[in-house]
Design a protein around this ligand. Structure first.
Ligand code: G6P
Length: 482
């Protein structure tokens, strides 16, 4: 902590992310309070926050909300306000209609608008200013994700004393795609303000380094970028630190009698079919939900599955609903689910239970326990934590995971039934293999996958990143899984 009157703030460890890790809850008496969000990131970082003097900087999630900093769960929360324009231009626009599709293999066409970029710069500056104000001398700052790629550089300009880390939760695109971005050099320079840049897969890290080589003049030696400063050179390292889940939490839920009972009830409500298949995604075009539904529709048409023997549950949680490509996707998915159900449903059975909701973790784990087959068919995904949650939930060491090779999780879950979701015949074969897998083979595959997930939880991830950040450029910049 800093003495009174110093220009520095008092917090030694600061996380900066677009959203604060809390959700607003409505109390019975009409007031509101905050509850910690379900994400793994906050679970991993809360203990670090409690041990050090920790603060989290982020947007409370609605427009025109101006809130004073407050304490919650041993953390200082510093809310960053956003106007209607900021939400439209910085969040829905540049973050989710430019960067998101560009970084996910241009599955949807990215839009490039100068007014969006100007707003992205302004909002990134606002996050950097707020961080500079609360950080103690020499504090560690960890910036999260694609919405805030300019913060490392902006923050270093204000506070060269800080140790700055950045983690990109989504893919980093190949040079040939990144090159489309009109502000490609500024984004790269923004990231290079960090001491350590973490990516999900080694390929994301090497994509980034190729872009550094092409769009800047900084010399690169293996994973180190050498940046000239007034006082000498500074090193920015890049490496892979694959994120994971809160294994203990999932395990606790998967063993809870009420959750196990709920899983039984779900199967019963479906009419106890031989096979329950499950998909769980944000309703996002990167998730390959349409490919999965197409494959399933064809299996029904071929008669390889019937509505009596099999039920597919598709949870699609609402996401970014004011962004055009998300609206279009919803119409497309709901039209195809409606067509398939209209064709194959009977009065007592439904082909696809489509649920446009989000559910608490308890219900999600009950669904994982109820599902014989989990379908993760992303067209591109930084990691995909649903795949890891399914594996962690399968305490019976059974069940089959169909997993896209385009999800980061495929690097580690090699015993899944790996698929290219663009290959509809291949996807259909993998779904049938999963439905018909022998108990022995299912257990062999699941045992190996469980070992991988259980040994590499989200705390292992955050600690290996923070250790590498503290260790400095002499150390290896890799958070390889155990
Ligand atoms: C992905 C991103 C996160 C983002 C989340 C939900 O996981 O990597 O940064 O917070 O999606 O999206 P939203 O736009 O609702 O924050």
């Amino acid at each position: 902590a800093e003495p009174e009157g110093s220009d520095y703030g008092q917090y030694d460890f600061i996380v900066v992310s677009n959203r604060l890790p809390v959700d607003r809850v409505q109390e019975d008496d009409g007031g509101t309070s905050w509850r910690r969000s379900p994400g793994g990131l906050v679970t991993a970082l809360a203990p670090v926050m409690a041990k050090t003097d920790g603060a989290w900087i982020g947007w409370p999630g609605s427009a025109n909300e101006v809130l004073d900093p407050f304490d919650h769960d041993d953390m200082r929360l510093v809310p960053i306000p956003m106007s209607d324009d900021d939400v439209e231009l910085y969040y829905e626009g540049f973050s989710n209609a430019t960067l998101w599709p560009l970084y996910h293999d241009v599955i949807a066409p990215p839009e490039f608008h100068r007014a969006w970029w100007e707003c992205y710069k302004r909002v990134n500056q606002r996050f950097a200013d707020a961080t500079a104000k609360v950080a103690a001398d020499g504090a560690t700052v960890w910036v999260q994700d694609y919405q805030l790629q300019l913060v490392p550089k902006l923050l270093r300009e204000l506070r060269p004393d800080l140790k700055i880390g950045f983690f990109n939760h989504i893919p980093f695109p190949p040079l040939e795609i990144f090159a489309q971005l009109p502000w490609r050099r500024q984004v790269i320079e923004g990231l290079l303000g960090a001491d350590l840049l973490g990516f999900q897969r080694p390929s994301d890290s090497s994509n980034f380094l190729r872009c550094v080589r092409r769009f800047t003049g900084h010399p690169i030696k293996s994973q180190h970028v050498n940046i000239k400063t007034e006082s000498g050179t500074r090193i920015c390292r890049a490496g892979a630190f694959p994120i994971s889940i809160d294994v203990a939490q999932i395990n606790e839920l998967a063993n809870r009698p009420d959750v196990i009972e709920r899983a039984r009830q779900i199967r019963e409500e479906l009419g106890n079919p031989k096979t329950v298949l499950l998909g769980v995604d944000r309703l996002d075009y990167t998730k390959g939900i349409g490919h999965r539904i197409k494959a399933y529709g064809e299996l029904l048409e071929d008669g390889q599955v019937t509505v009596e023997d099999a039920a597919l549950i598709q949870v699609a949680s609402p996401s970014r609903e004011r962004v055009e490509s998300y609206r279009l996707l919803r119409e497309e998915i709901e039209a195809s689910v409606g067509r398939i159900n209209g064709t194959y449903d009977t009065l007592s059975n439904t082909a696809i239970r489509y649920l446009h909701h989000s559910y608490p973790k308890e219900e999600m784990v009950a669904l994982y326990l109820a599902a014989d087959v989990m379908l993760v068919t992303a067209l591109r995904d930084g990691m995909n934590l649903v795949a890891k949650e399914y594996v962690a939930s399968r305490t019976g060491v059974n069940g089959a995971l169909v997993l896209s090779e385009f999800a980061g999780a495929a690097d580690h879950l090699k015993q899944a039934l790996l698929v290219n979701p663009h290959d509809i015949d291949g996807l259909k074969d993998a779904v049938m293999r999963a439905i018909n897998i022998s108990p022995g083979e299912a257990t062999r595959r699941m045992r190996t996958m469980r070992r991988q997930v259980l040994q590499n939880d989200v705390e292992h991830w955050s600690q290996s990143f923070l250790r590498a950040l503290q260790a400095g450029p002499g150390a290896e910049a890799e958070g390889e899984d155990r």
